[in-house]
Design a protein around this ligand. Structure first.
Ligand SMILES: [Zn+2]
Length: 389
């Protein structure tokens, strides 16, 4: 009996073992079927991006800004982006050869200035240049996929350049500091305190501000001019933006301004005072989008640098370029003056990204591609590490 019992127990143990083998085998088969099925399913499109703060207290500048027609009201609907993979993109356009792709990548890499920066940007699904900013700044965004960004009540489509997709994103001067999600990255907006500037002008000067009909006519002209930006970066890879003239800064970027005691918005430009007739130079290569006399800003020039970035030069005494001219960095485009709403000879200089005036200091002696901080951007590094694992 004893031995039989042992035998039975043995058999029982044996059959349990066989059952286990069956179960393991079946599990393995199911696993393989599942894996194959998943590989065949197309990867889902990248996630929809949206800003998480609807606050936008954009204040009027010397020129009132209008909504870009391209950025119409497809806003904050939480629409899923229609992004297709770069493979689909290749199918849609004439498919480039591997050699062409390599050339495009090489061209794109040169814009970053260093191998490290280029590597960081190209190996990450999303890159913010830079990742930490202040109200009134602007960032350059790169994505590996065609996509769009819903940001501060507007939609910004990314445009192809090299092997990536790019857009500038203006950071409104009235934005709430904090952390914002863009793609797979986090944009940190740090607080900044702007000083206040009290400007006294004569009644005659103040009356310039009252001609709203003329101001609106001019605004139409400006909107039209700023609606045809080149769909590429017009400045060369190794070409930092230059200060357009030498002079003493009289009003820095961001000052809150009162004219004769009345609040008149933020000064979203740099003013340099200089003797009348001082040459004003193009900050970088581009195409003159508008060179004209405007009621509020006098002799004015807007230069398109591509991808919806324009530099602006106003209050000049003379224009030396015409609308449509191609200009090189350093070309003299006009002379310092005091035309329009101005209290003395000076240049009011700024950049407009997607029709929002942004901090011009960020551009001087550098380019937006160099805003990528290759020492600080740990999030990008982390993402890269995850991909490698
Ligand atoms: Zn100014």
């Amino acid at each position: 009996m004893r031995s039989r019992k042992t035998f039975h127990r043995h058999r029982k143990a044996h059959s349990t073992h066989r059952l286990w083998l069956y179960v393991t085998f079946l599990t393995a088969i199911i696993f393989v079927i599942f894996t194959v099925a998943q590989v065949n399913v197309e990867a889902p499109p990248s996630s929809t991006l949206s800003s998480n703060n609807p606050l936008n207290s954009e204040k009027s500048d010397e020129i009132e800004q209008k909504k870009h027609p391209d950025q119409a009201d497809s806003v904050n609907k939480g629409v899923r982006s229609i992004s297709y993979t770069s493979q689909d993109h290749r199918k849609a356009s004439s498919s480039p050869t591997e050699e062409e792709r390599q050339q495009a990548e090489q061209m794109e890499r040169t814009y970053f200035g260093t191998e490290k920066r280029a590597e960081l940007a190209l190996s990450s699904s999303w890159t913010l240049m830079p990742q930490t900013v202040h109200p009134g700044d602007v960032i350059l965004v790169r994505s590996q996929q065609e996509d769009h960004i819903d940001w501060q009540g507007k939609t910004y489509p990314l445009k192809p350049f090299g092997t990536g997709f790019y857009t500038y994103l203006p950071v409104p001067i009235g934005i709430e500091p904090g952390k914002y999600t863009i793609g797979t990255q986090t944009l940190t907006i740090e607080e900044k305190v702007f000083e206040t500037d009290y400007l006294q002008v004569t009644e005659k000067q103040e009356s310039i501000l009252q001609d709203t009909e003329q101001i609106q006519k001019d605004q139409k002209k400006i909107d039209e001019a700023r609606n045809h930006s080149a769909a590429e970066f017009l400045f060369p890879a190794d070409s930092p933006f230059m200060q357009p003239m030498e002079g003493r800064v009289t009003t820095p970027f961001g000052f809150t301004r009162y004219v004769n005691g009345k609040y008149s918005g933020s000064h979203r430009a740099i003013d340099w005072a200089a003797p009348e007739g001082t040459p004003v130079r193009a900050t970088n290569d581009g195409v003159v989008a508008l060179a004209d006399y405007l009621h509020l800003t006098g002799y004015s020039v807007y230069i398109d640098h591509g991808m919806d970035l324009y530099s602006q030069y106003i209050h000049m005494s003379k224009l030396l370029v015409e609308t449509g001219d191609s200009v090189k960095k350093g070309d003299v485009i006009g002379l310092v003056g005091s035309t329009g709403f101005s209290t003395g000879p000076h240049l009011h200089f700024t950049f407009w990204a997607h029709n929002v005036p942004v901090n011009p200091n960020l551009f001087l002696n550098t380019t937006p591609f160099h805003w990528l901080d290759d020492k600080r951007d740990e999030t990008i590094m982390d993402e890269k590490r995850n991909l490698e694992e």
